[in-house]
Design a protein around this ligand. Structure first.
Ligand SMILES: *Cc1c(COP(=O)(O)O)cnc(C)c1O
Length: 361
């Protein structure tokens, strides 16, 4: 039995220590006499798991008291609807379109109200981040929306948009806990956990209290109101208990490692190793040219020749570098190097690429 280096964009690699703890506790969780999978979500044991996960996340992200942490279901795509349903009072929102995921979010929001695309990088296949310092923000905008790390296109917004006083909503699915964020700059920070935190099935929403309201769009189902989940500490109905437990283990792993500022240093070093090689390579190149726009988490790259790309993907897989094929909209390759990808994995990948290149140019 041997584990590969898994560069999947999501569901993605988890820390080995976490998987081992989960395995050790799978059959019997502490003194409970049962698995977390078998526990009532109303039990004392699970209540402790949930509350500890919450307080560890609060510590990790330095989340102020006036923000609530919700553990929801329905994946990232449900948030695309939940956000307008809960926030659109004037039925106008401004969207910044920097890739596939912000585009999808905007398309969904259009079902509920007017969506203004105040910035876009569609003209160059989303390979850069436009200037966001002076946008034409709508006077009546209920919020301004960004996807801070575009998983498919490999860009990150490093300088938040000037929202001119409007509420900022950010999808951080693929950069969650990869680096420090200043929570107070946002109204909502949310992400599906299957990219950088835990097993698919949990979406974490960090929301400022004044945005949790009863006056949502009139047809909004009970399950899609933030207030329902906030009033019930994410226990309105049965939550994805086991997955929340694994997220909690990942939070403890991160705390032990020194928190997200330490994690950022490690992530930046890993990403630089790969980008530096790509910038020097004669065969491969990164699809995001502007260094300050490059994601530390998702690194798309191409050779410019589809056949060589395919050959590389298959040779890499045979050598234990899995899931490195790029998304069809960008082509080529993509290495997702999330928190749990060890530096060793990136180093070995770069060595493998250099060897592949040597045989070619
Ligand atoms: C994966 C992803 C989503 C969609 O998540 P689902 O849970 O599959 O609905 C949304 N936003 C970003 C940035 C993602 O990477």
């Amino acid at each position: 039995m041997s584990r590969v280096f898994n560069f999947s964009a999501g569901p993605a690699v988890l820390p080995e220590e976490v998987l081992k703890t989960a395995a050790a506790e799978l059959f019997e969780y502490k003194d409970s006499g049962m698995s977390v999978m078998e526990m009532s979500h109303r039990s004392k044991d699970f209540e402790n798991i949930l509350n500890e996960a919450q307080s560890d996340l609060r510590k990790l992200m330095n989340i102020p008291e006036n923000y609530k942490i919700l553990f929801l279901q329905g994946g990232g795509c449900t948030q695309f609807a939940m956000i307008p349903m809960n926030l659109m009072r004037n039925k106008i929102a401004d969207y910044i379109i920097t890739g596939a995921w912000s585009k999808k979010a905007a398309a969904e929001a259009k079902i509920y109200g007017q969506v203004n695309e105040v910035a876009s990088s569609a003209d160059k296949n989303f390979s850069y981040i436009p200037d966001l310092s002076d946008l034409n923000i709508s006077e009546q905008a209920d919020y301004v929306y960004i996807c801070q790390n575009e998983t498919i296109h490999g860009t990150t917004i490093r300088k938040l948009p000037n929202t001119k006083g409007k509420v900022l909503v950010a999808d951080v699915s693929s950069m969650f806990l990869s680096e420090p964020l200043d929570v107070e700059k946002y109204g909502i920070i949310w992400g599906g956990v299957q990219k950088n935190i835990g097993p698919a099935g949990v979406t974490i929403v960090i929301i400022r209290e004044d945005l949790i309201r009863d006056d949502v769009l009139p047809f909004t189902p009970t399950m899609l109101k933030y207030k329902t989940h906030s009033d019930n500490n994410s226990l309105y109905n049965t939550p994805p208990c086991y997955n929340i437990y694994v997220c909690g283990l990942v939070f403890k792993w991160l705390l032990q490692l020194g928190g997200v500022s330490e994690m950022r240093k490690i992530n930046e070093a890993k990403a630089n190793l790969l980008y530096d090689y790509l910038d020097a390579s004669k065969l491969f190149h990164a699809t995001v040219a502007n260094k300050s726009d490059r994601s530390f988490m998702n690194v798309p790259f191409v050779t410019g020749d589809k056949n060589i790309d395919a050959e590389f993907v298959s040779a890499a897989a045979k050598s234990g570098f899995k899931n490195i094929k790029g998304h069809r909209s960008v082509g080529g390759m993509r290495a997702s190097i999330y928190n749990a990808m060890p530096a060793e994995g990136v180093k070995k990948l770069v060595e493998f690429m250099a060897n592949f290149e040597k045989g070619r140019v």
